[in-house]
Design a protein around this ligand. Structure first.
Ligand code: IMP
Length: 425
């Protein structure tokens, strides 16, 4: 039986999933996003040009790849339309290549305002949300008064939006939120956007399409967004996103049965970053953290916010691998550590046996213990094709991680371009 593979992030997002999916996409017929929404920013570099995808799967640049926005994703129509238009300007044809699940929920104009209202009400306890309306959209979904992409196709769409919008206005009023003057224009822009989307991309039965594809022997890759440590269930709640970011979510977010999941690719950066608030045990508040931010250009792809930086955290990585059933690892941004004299890995938290101990529900008080490694220099212009051509210090770093985690690192990303990706098999 053909199985769908899953690719997802093992940290707090921004692990470089977009590029990895783009590189692996030629081996797949379908790339399907299963959760999250335009809070994601999947960055790809095409011939020196930066392209950021927020909702569209990262297989869109490959001629023969079908792309599905699955039912588990939340869609903001004006942002999606803008993304589509930007891709068209790059000469891409999307019709017939991009499918949108009828069951994907919508981020309504009021959701974004409610996100702002809830965040400002939290004061110092802010989550650091991207304010894209993700939390309120998922809240409405689970409270059973959300609207789905397919619901708005047809003459009843306008009335459905108006009813939901009125309810949001009522909630915003109760929160004493000052409405922006251009709200009526935004609501109109939102309605125009969904109508335009519907005329080019009819609501699809994503689950049926993927199951059919698998039945016919086609290959499917489920693309995750955010990272496992931001999962609403398993992240350090409440400093999480509002979706399930772990592999089980590929089943519910796409309509694929658990026995149809195959390889789980887990991506992690050679160090750690986090954007927004919440526990981050290995965070560096010093010059080294600053140097990592600069070297890795660690600024949010969606919001532009500076990312918090720190050393690789083995207990957190082991936890994420366990949650996802990862079978292959992909390490990214190994080049960013080039030039650092000393590199560290947190190998356990004080008071716990080792990195395989149960991961604390609140890691905010965890004090990591580190092992030091000698740094390396990686000449990025000289693209290595084999792992054994990498600097010996980097090879030692990789072998150390594999030995601790007991899973092979099958791919090493050493730069932003497609050809800076080493398959180690
Ligand atoms: P929200 O999902 O936009 O509400 O944000 C909740 C938390 O998840 C915040 O800390 C965000 O910074 C973080 N977050 C959301 N999406 C991403 C992402 O794609 N990459 C990294 N962090 C993210």
């Amino acid at each position: 039986m053909m199985k769908a593979d899953v690719l997802l992030g093992l940290q707090w997002g921004d692990e470089g999933k977009g590029k990895a999916v783009d590189v692996l996409a030629p081996s797949y017929h379908w790339i399907a996003r299963f959760q999250g929404g335009p809070n994601a920013g999947h960055t790809l570099w095409m011939d020196g040009q930066k392209i950021v995808l927020h909702t569209i799967p990262s297989g869109i640049f490959r001629e023969d790849c079908m792309n599905l926005i699955g039912n588990g994703v939340v869609i903001h129509p004006p942002s999606l339309l803008q993304e589509i238009k930007a891709l068209r300007q790059h000469g891409l044809r999307l019709e017939g290549k991009l499918m949108i699940s009828a069951k994907a929920h919508l981020i309504l104009p009021g959701h974004r305002l409610l996100d702002q209202a809830f965040e400002s009400a939290k004061g110092d306890h802010k989550i650091g949300s991207t304010l894209r309306g993700i939390g309120p959209a998922y809240t409405d979904k689970y409270a059973r008064h959300g609207l789905r992409y397919g619901d708005l196709a047809g003459p009843q769409g306008k009335a459905l939006l108006e009813t939901a919008h009125e309810e949001h206005l009522r909630q915003l009023k109760a929160l004493d939120f000052e409405l922006p003057n251009n709200l009526p224009e935004h609501v109109q822009e939102w309605m125009d956007a969904i109508n335009e989307l519907h005329s080019d991309f009819a609501p699809a039965d994503g689950s049926w399409l993927l199951n059919q594809a698998l039945d016919q022997g086609q290959k499917v890759l489920a693309e995750g967004a955010q990272g496992s440590l931001l999962d609403v269930e398993f992240g350090a709640y409440p400093f999480v996103t509002s979706s399930h970011t772990t592999s089980a979510s590929a089943c519910t977010g796409l309509g694929i049965a658990p026995n149809r999941l195959g390889t789980v690719y887990g991506l992690f950066k050679a160090y750690c970053t986090r954007v927004g608030s919440g526990p981050f045990p290995t965070e560096l508040h010093d010059q080294t953290g600053e140097a990592l931010r600069r070297a890795g250009n660690e600024f949010g792809a969606t919001t532009g916010r500076p990312r918090r930086c720190g050393w690789l955290d083995l207990p957190a990585l082991a936890y994420a691998i366990r949650l996802n059933g990862v079978s292959q690892l992909i390490i990214t941004k190994a080049d960013v550590l080039s030039g650092f004299e000393e590199i560290k890995i947190a190998t356990r938290y004080q008071g716990l046996d080792n990195h395989l101990s149960p991961f604390p529900a609140d890691p905010s008080k965890c004090i990591p213990e580190y092992t030091s490694f000698q740094g390396w220099t990686l000449d990025n212009s000289n693209n290595c094709l084999h792992r054994n051509e990498l600097p010996s210090e980097l090879q030692h770093y990789l072998t150390y991680i594999e030995n601790q985690i007991n899973i092979p690192i099958n791919y090493i990303s050493t730069g932003p371009e497609r050809n800076q990706f080493i398959e180690t098999k």
